[in-house]
Design a protein around this ligand. Structure first.
Ligand code: G1P
Length: 325
């Protein structure tokens, strides 16, 4: 029996290797990279809690300690801040440890997003649940998850978040074939393809990292064969669900027109920090005029190119060693 009750659980896959951010992510999960002054993952947990999902399961991989520690108490730090009377910072430190009811499960072999979601089966049981991907930050001023929960409650289907992207970017996402409904921001999904070429994409509607899934997804994922990149793709499972609405409930999309930041890509990560910081009351007033000046100067500067890495990384190191001795 499917439990159509209120969604209460959020699942956050956080087992990726973060190779795009090496060496920063050599010893630290990419989810801990700061966006202004909070780790990226905290924005995502806050979004879940804000939508009423207090039970958060993180599917982790190697280096999970930093994640667990961030959402736990830090007695030593709390003592030091208490002694200093620094209540503002004490509050910030405490906040992440009381934010949600956190749970963790290990993914083991990283065999794809579908595999990560399958690892949540024991914890979730036979209830609909949310999946939030850590690379996507949705601006707290724009509702997405709450809207998706409303649509899920009305239609009892699985619901994914869609964003219209330029055709040249669709190969980075799951792409959806859609049909309109009687609601302007809701579409029925008739098919899904993981990261198609622009010419094979069914539309410009990209799946962004928010999903409300019916528990039938676990049954489908168990039978889903490795797809693109040899990984078990959530998109492939959703495609099967869209094709079999009789027993899976089908899949609908909520078209998001608000602010979304991609922290999974280095350039977009830099943009996200700037975009979020200019609106912060503590940083914006100084950052805005500085940015204007900086941007104006860029127009006059030819630009000095700095190499990403020395061509021969052993060169400078051995030189330093020689000089040290
Ligand atoms: C994943 C999903 C993809 C989705 C994207 C959203 O891809 O597989 O369908 O569009 O997240 O961010 P990833 O970016 O993890 O490769």
């Amino acid at each position: 029996m499917v439990n159509h009750d209120r969604v209460t659980k959020a699942v956050i896959p956080a087992a990726g290797l973060g190779t795009r951010f090496l060496p920063a992510t050599k010893a630290m999960p990419k989810e801990m990279l700061p966006v202004v002054d909070k780790p990226a993952i905290q924005y995502v947990v806050e979004e879940a809690v804000d939508a009423g999902l207090h039970d958060v399961l993180m599917v982790t991989g190697r280096n999970k300690n930093a994640l667990e520690n961030h959402f736990d108490r830090n007695a030593e730090l709390e003592d030091a801040l208490t002694k200093k009377g620094d209540t503002a910072r004490l509050q910030k430190v405490n906040y992440s440890s009381v934010l949600a009811d956190m749970h963790y499960v290990r993914q083991g072999d990283p065999m794809g997003l579908g595999h990560a979601v399958l690892r949540a089966q024991m914890h979730v049981g036979r209830e609909p649940f949310a999946v939030l991907l850590g690379d996507d930050i949705i601006d707290a001023r724009d509702d997405l998850l709450k809207r998706m929960l409303t649509v899920q409650a009305q239609r009892h289907t699985s619901v994914v978040a869609l964003l219209e992207v330029p055709p040249e970017s669709i190969h980075l996402y799951g792409a959806a074939a859609v049909e309109p409904t009687d609601e302007d921001d809701v579409v029925r999904i008739t098919g899904l393809v993981e990261k198609p070429d622009a010419e094979h994409a069914p539309s410009n509607y990209a799946v962004i990292g928010r999903y409300i899934l019916r528990p039938e997804v676990f049954d489908v994922l168990e039978r889903t064969k490795p797809g693109r990149g040899g990984e078990i793709q959530l998109t492939d499972a959703l495609q099967s669900m869209a094709e079999a609405p009789d027993w899976t409930g089908g899949v609908y999309g909520v078209v998001f027109r608000g602010r979304r930041y991609d922290t999974g890509d280095r350039l977009d990560y830099i943009k996200a920090i700037v975009q979020l910081a200019v609106d912060r009351e503590d940083l914006g007033p100084e950052l805005r005029p500085w940015l204007r000046e900086f941007a104006a100067e860029l127009d006059d500067k030819p630009g000095e190119i700095v190499e990403e890495m020395p061509a021969d990384p052993t060169g400078p190191i051995s030189t330093i060693r020689v000089e040290d001795h």
